[in-house]
Design a protein around this ligand. Structure first.
Ligand SMILES: [Ca+2]
Ligand SMILES: [Ca+2]
Ligand SMILES: [Ca+2]
Ligand SMILES: [Ca+2]
Length: 399
């Protein structure tokens, strides 16, 4: 299984034969800058002696200066509730991990359906921080051509053209963007030529070679069918307006872009069996049944969780209920957000963890080894809470 560090190592030193993934993203109300703290090596002078397992906030000391722009209107548009993702990857192949952080865009109180948020200046730019040899970072966003367009949410890192340089796919509301890494510190927006723009409210994405042709394909989750309609949720009196529950918005299918080579992609969610409507926030990859074919799990918000089993020919069947990962141990749905496969009990089988809301139990599904799982959050309660605190903040919310 991939730990965070293993994933990052593989990003730093690409191995073409192992190009399964390169996902990354998202979730709610997570300060993106925090993710970097756990992963990079800060300058010794900035940190002093730190005990193992003890973390010190070095964001400022290493010059990662980023503030997420989320809107915050009195209309309480649902889009405002969603934080952005982060990518920690080596864009210039100097063996030092760099950081990319997507950012939102301004939203006003009276937006109309069809409105497309636009970045209006440096405060709303996405940011690329290059790690220098001394462990501090420099902001190279503008030089790299990565200021971004629109309201960005997630990012997925993958070398889709196998030129040895990691490329970036940035998800957002009403349009995603693919940036080709030119290998000289700059990126080119190739969204239109590649056909990967998509539509709707995209959240997490993952690069994964669905059909084993040596080219990374792209799976993009979307959240709900939503526009800027003035829907009042909560008590109908001044000061009591609340953000709407996702239950009132319809689910929406993921987007699946098959890499046709030559920088072009074709949307194939339906043909590949991946077009089951969901309210996707997180995606995880693993060959959970060890049949040699990579499978996908999707964390959906307040509905059934999805597990896409690879039928072996690059097409999938949704088998969350059959595998017993669609609901919790009492048959209830929960607000799935972060998701990861990891072998928590060291039996060689990838288990599945899904985070949700603070007033719900995180879901831990123990892999039975027969393509099914057992909901294990009850019996492992104390250990699970330890895991949550120590690891999942990084594993599930950032990477
Ligand atoms: Ca680097
Ligand atoms: Ca590339
Ligand atoms: Ca492929
Ligand atoms: Ca499999």
């Amino acid at each position: 299984m991939h730990t965070v560090r293993q994933i990052l190592t593989s990003v730093a030193k690409p191995k073409p034969a192992l190009k399964l993934l390169r996902l990354i993203l998202l979730p709610l109300a997570m300060p993106s800058g925090g993710i970097a703290q756990a992963i990079v090596s800060p300058p010794v002078a900035a940190v002093g002696e730190a005990a193992a397992g003890h973390f010190i906030d070095v964001t400022e000391a290493v010059h990662v200066d980023f503030h997420h722009m989320a809107g915050h209107t009195t209309k309480k548009y649902l889009l405002e509730t969603m934080g952005s993702g982060a990518a920690v990857f080596d864009f210039d192949n100097d063996d030092l991990l760099d950081i990319f952080l997507p950012n939102g865009a301004p939203i006003a109180d009276s937006e109309l359906p069809g409105f497309k948020p636009a970045k209006n200046g440096p405060a709303s730019y996405n940011r690329l921080f290059h790690q220098k040899k001394d462990g501090t970072f420099e902001d190279v966003t503008e030089k790299a051509g990565l200021k971004g367009i629109g309201y960005s949410l997630g990012v997925a890192v993958g070398d889709y053209d196998n030129d040895g340089y990691e490329d970036l796919y940035v998800t957002g509301f009403n349009g995603n963007h693919l940036y080709h890494n030119n290998g000289n510190g700059t990126f080119t927006n190739v969204t239109e030529a590649s056909g990967t723009g998509g539509s709707g409210w995209s959240t997490s994405a993952a690069w994964v070679d669905l059909d084993n042709d040596g080219l990374l394909d792209l799976v993009v989750l979307r959240y709900v069918q939503w526009d800027w309609n003035d829907v009042w949720c909560g008590e109908h009196r001044e000061g009591y307006r609340a953000y709407c529950h996702p239950d009132i918005f319809p689910a929406v299918t993921p987007l699946v872009f098959h890499n046709d080579g030559h920088g072009q992609f074709t949307e194939q969610a339906k043909q590949r069996g991946l077009a089951v409507p969901g309210k996707g926030l997180g995606i995880a990859l693993s060959d959970y049944d060890r049949d040699g074919h990579i499978d996908l799990a999707v964390a959906n918000d307040s509905m059934l969780e999805h597990l896409y089993h690879n039928k072996g020919d690059g097409t999938f069947e949704e088998s969350g209920l059959a595998a017993e990962v669609a609901v919790d141990g009492e048959g209830r749905t929960f607000a799935g957000m972060g998701i990861a496969f990891a072998d928590f009990n060291n039996d060689g089988l990838p288990d599945l963890a899904i985070t949700n809301l603070a007033n719900q139990k995180y879901a831990l599904y123990q892999n039975n080894g027969d393509a099914s799982f057992t909901y294990a959050s009850y019996k492992l309660r104390s250990r699970w809470h330890q895991l949550s605190a120590l690891r999942l903040g990084y594993r599930l919310f950032g990477l």
